[in-house]
Design a protein around this ligand. Structure first.
Ligand SMILES: [Zn+2]
Length: 272
C-alpha cells in the first residue's frame, strides 16, 4: 500500500469505527482540539484556545462543513504566517499568529479544496476541466448503471462520467482546481456516495459527500515532498478558509499550541 490508497477514511468507515453513531449525518462535527498527552489524564488541555485568538476561529464543538468558513477574515485581521517547513513528508510546521501549528498537508488541503468546491456549487459555478487521458474503470453492470443514471446530476458538480464500453465507465472531466486524481479510487468513492443518495434528506446532503470525495482525491497526499512556496501557499489558503480543524470527513487538519500553552509546557513564568 502506498499513498495512492484512500487518504481519508470514508464516512462509512468512520461511522462503523466511531463510538458516536452520527449516521446518517455526514461526519461534519469533529472534536475540538483538546489533545492531552497520552495516558496522563491530569495534563492541561493543549491547544484548546482556538476561539478568540483569531477572528473566525471555530468555537465550540460543532464544525459546520462549509458555511462558517466563508469570508472569515478581513484582510486586516489575518494573522502573520511564518512557514517553517515540512516534516515526515506529511506535516507542515508554522507559526501562525502567536501559535505553533503542525498541519496535516492532506487534510488541510482537502478542507481548502472542499470549501472552494462548496462555494462554487452554491454559486452554480462548477466549471469542469477535461482529463487528457480518460481512464476506464471496470465496474459491475449494477455499479455502472448506478453511476451513469446519476451522470446528469454529477455533471452539475463538474464531474463528467461516461460509459466506456461494456460496463466500464470513464471520468472525462473533474471540477477545475483539483490536483492529479486517481480515477479508479475516485469512482469507488463516488459509488459509495451515490448509493446513499436515496437516503439523503436534502440536495446539500447529496452534494457534500461528492464534493468531499473530490476534495480528498484532488488534495496533496501524505508522503509528497512539498516545496517552500507550496508549503506557504497551502498554509495561507488553510488560514484564509478559517483554520477549520477537520477535513470534511472529520479528520484533524492541525495541532495548535498557543503561547500560553507552550509556556505552561515548559514551566515558563517569564522571559528567562
Ligand atoms: Zn477527508
Amino acid at each position: 500500500m502506498d499513498h495512492q490508497e484512500r487518504e481519508c477514511r470514508h464516512r462509512h468507515d468512520l461511522l462503523q469505527a466511531g463510538s458516536s453513531q452520527q449516521a446518517p449525518e455526514f461526519a461534519l462535527t469533529a472534536e475540538r482540539q483538546t489533545a492531552s498527552f497520552s495516558g496522563r489524564g491530569q495534563d492541561p488541555q493543549i491547544g484548546a484556545s482556538d476561539a478568540g485568538i483569531f477572528p473566525g476561529a471555530i468555537e465550540g464543538n460543532q464544525l459546520p462543513l462549509a458555511a462558517e468558513a466563508v469570508g472569515v477574515y478581513r484582510s486586516a485581521e489575518k494573522p502573520d504566517i511564518l512557514p517553517l517547513g515540512q516534516i515526515l513528508r506529511t506535516y507542515l510546521v508554522a507559526q501562525v499568529g502567536e501559535e505553533l501549528h503542525v498541519i496535516d498537508q492532506h487534510t488541510a488541503h482537502e478542507r481548502v479544496l472542499f470549501q472552494r468546491l462548496w462555494r462554487g456549487w452554491q454559486s452554480r459555478d462548477m466549471p469542469s476541466q477535461p482529463l487528457l487521458i480518460p481512464v476506464p474503470v471496470e465496474l459491475s453492470a449494477a455499479q455502472s448503471a448506478l453511476l451513469l443514471t446519476r451522470s446528469n446530476e454529477l455533471e452539475k458538480l463538474g464531474l463528467l462520467v461516461e460509459p466506456f464500453g461494456g460496463t466500464a465507465v470513464a471520468i472525462r472531466g473533474v471540477p477545475v482546481g483539483l490536483g492529479k486524481i486517481d480515477a479508479a479510487l475516485l469512482v469507488q468513492d463516488l459509488l459509495d456516495d451515490v448509493t446513499e443518495w436515496d437516503r439523503a434528506s436534502s440536495l446539500e446532503r447529496r452534494v457534500q459527500p461528492v464534493l468531499a470525495s473530490l476534495a480528498c482525491h484532488g488534495a496533496v497526499r501524505a508522503g509528497r515532498v512539498l516545496t517552500h512556496p507550496e508549503i506557504q501557499r497551502l498554509i495561507l489558503d488553510w488560514v484564509e478558509e478559517g483554520l477549520i480543524m477537520t477535513c470534511p470527513h472529520g479528520r484533524r487538519t492541525a495541532f495548535r499550541l498557543s503561547t500560553d500553552e507552550l509556556a505552561k509546557l515548559f514551566g515558563r513564568v517569564g522571559w528567562t
